[in-house]
Design a protein around this ligand. Sequence first.
Ligand code: SF4
Length: 419
Amino acid sequence: METLEKLEVLAGSARYDASCASSGSTRSGGKASLGHASQGGICHSWSDDGRCISLLKVLLSNDCSYDCAYCVNRRSNPVQRTSFEVQELVDLTISFYRRNYIEGLFLSSAVLKNPDHTMERLVGVVRKLRQEERFAGYIHMKVIPGSSQELVGEAGLFADRVSVNIELPSGSSLNLLAPQKDKQAILTPMAFLGETIGNSLMERRKNPKAPRFSPAGQSTQMIIGASPESDLQILRLSQGLYRTMNLKRVYYSAFVPLTSDNRLPVLVTPPLQREHRLYQADWLLRNYGFNAEEILSDDYPFLEERIDPKAAWALRHPEFFPVDLNRAEYAMLLRVPGIGVTSARRIVSARRFAVLTPEGLKKIGVVMKRARFFIALSGRSVEKLHDRPSLIFRKLLAAENQPQKTTIKQRQLTLPGLE
Ligand code: SF4
């Protein structure tokens, strides 16, 4: 098969991998190098179903020896199979780069023969790009669980970001849907990468010339909706990974029903709204000081799909509101729906010089559309509704102009008494 035919097959096979954001790298090109990972222009684009399709996003091979029920490349699925040779993919990347088609590479692969065989080839591509072609553009590379630690370590030395996919939110779902995979084989390289990334950062603080190891960190991807885990279980898992694996991002990928298998749920459309709400909840974990057990509980284990998780939390906790913007701690300001990090900082800074008023808030750029239901200024509620969560809920829906019905079956209303 010609290289461009292979590209068509292998770029198509890579479409369903969501985890390819390229932010976070500072790799810069020197005089003898080609490309630059941190200069403006690393392109990000998004497909119509919300997935990042930037970079040259391609599989080394789709000739998989595994048979994961949810995957279009599974061994038992009759799709066209092909693999790049190492040099072929290096040449393709460089020629695309020189033509200005791409500014980096997102490289993954199905399991060709076995994990080590695949990983040797993946590492072969990035090694050649860095050492022979002096390519300094962005590289995100997948690590194949079950491959040797030595190869995983090499991947971290050459790639800007590495990722080991967790795939499914529990070991039992993994056993059921991806029986050739094993939870420990996924967590072991993740832990190794997390530790080595941490050590490398410490080393480079002491000695800036020390080798970089995956400078844009590690990430993982989880498929949502192919297995029965609740959003609470998913967020607990993500929280644990952030805390213990030095993880930069968890990517949530709505299950796209492309294959039929009686182990899979019957879905009419991918649960994209659920995926969106999980990203928002994940943001709360990483940037707003929430923990998973605050966002959801055993009584309410699924995210409300119609309003964002911070607003849902606020409506479930009227005892914390209204928050007085002239007095509240920074951490509490961050919990007000509609107030983000920038607004919270501006509030803290502005109130040092003057008592905040609605006009003052407008001047510093605080958007009141959602926040007004949850705030007070010098003891007076802006809207006297904080003890009427059902009314706020309806007003929030109206303000966001969100349809009350989605094509996805609503799981439940997690705000008691609001219907
Ligand atoms: S290992 Fe599983 S998920 Fe990965 S390509 Fe093969 S069948 Fe698909």
